[in-house]
Write a protein that binds this ligand. Structure first.
Ligand SMILES: *Cc1c(COP(=O)(O)O)cnc(C)c1O
Length: 221
């Protein structure tokens, strides 16, 4: 007799549940966003078949092409945008995605508000914070966060939390702890933090959404 095949998805689900239990949190309070960017539909279908419903992409055009057929095959899928968004793609992004993790500047806020007003579609948003104050990285500066959130509330945008990508190559925990504190300070429940290498640490520190790519799909080309 052969036992059940143990997939990377099984492994990640088990590790999320274990990390949540250690943190005395309910595993169901952590959403796994399976980041499928660069991977073809054939690599995604087995995860859908195994019950994974939430996926992440970082490019509007790639996501449009890839997910139209997948969504025809399976109802109830949730697509999250985890990459930087140009303001001129706001309409397409609001039409396509069920959640956007990368609101980081007033010009994009304006474009998203306009797109949502136009379509009547309300897409939950995370404000991305440049948590390590890195020159080249996306995300709003910590100092600019209060003003951006005030503006988002004035525009009645559905901001549900904060998101970060900590600096590479150093311990991520202090950055996750800082994002958790900033979210608490602003009364936001969502924390989108943690990737393949550090999602368990992020869960210890309050992540509600972990964005896992290579640990599920293998290395990207
Ligand atoms: C690609 C990407 C991920 C997934 O990264 P892995 O290290 O492959 O898990 C998560 N978040 C963002 C913003 C990404 O661009």
């Amino acid at each position: 007799m052969t036992g059940p095949v143990h997939t990377p998805l099984d492994d990640i689900r088990a590790r999320i549940a274990q990390a949540a239990r250690i943190a005395r949190r309910a595993p169901a309070d952590v959403t796994l966003v399976a980041v499928s960017k660069t991977h073809p539909a054939e690599a995604i279908r087995p995860l859908i078949a195994a019950g994974q419903t939430v996926f992440g992409e970082n490019r509007v055009q790639e996501a449009q092409a890839k997910w139209a057929p997948l969504r025809d095959e399976q109802a109830g899928l949730e697509l999250h945008l985890v990459g930087q968004l140009q303001s001129n793609k706001a309409d397409e992004a609001v039409a396509l995605f069920d959640c956007i993790h990368s609101l980081d500047r007033p010009s994009l806020l304006t474009a998203l508000a306009r797109a949502m007003d136009k379509t009547g579609r309300r897409v939950p948003l995370f404000v991305q914070v440049n948590i390590g104050a890195e020159e080249q990285k996306g995300g709003c500066a910590i100092a600019d966060l209060p003003a951006l959130l005030t503006e988002a509330r004035a525009a009645e945008l559905p901001v549900i939390g904060l998101m970060c990508v900590p600096p590479a190559g150093i311990e991520a925990a202090p950055f996750f702890a800082l994002l958790d504190k900033l979210a608490a300070d602003h009364g936001l429940a969502g924390r989108s933090m943690g990737m393949s290498d550090d999602f368990e640490t992020a869960i210890q520190l309050g992540a509600t959404h972990v964005r896992v790519g290579s640990a599920l799909f293998g290395a990207r080309a």
